[in-house]
Write a protein that binds this ligand. Sequence first.
Ligand code: MG
Length: 91
Amino acid sequence: MKLEKIYQATIDKWGEEAQYDQAVEECAELIAALMHYRRGKIDQQAVIDELADVSLMVGQLSWMFGADEVEKAVIQKRKKLDMLLHRGEPK
Ligand SMILES: [Mg+2]
């Protein structure tokens, strides 16, 4: 199944607000996993699994809010980061 169809299917089944809640929950799980990883309580794979969850939710929310708009914002932020890194004009 294409990702876009999965995104629509999750909204049809659970609704939009549930997606916001799920994104918050997955972000919290990644935060906790990173803290546990730093303390040596979990392995790299556990962090990767949480990254995968967050990555899916970022895809879901980007699709809901407008993937093109998110992509434009990412480009702007990359330019800003490039400027900060090189302390000059973006290329
Ligand atoms: Mg998770």
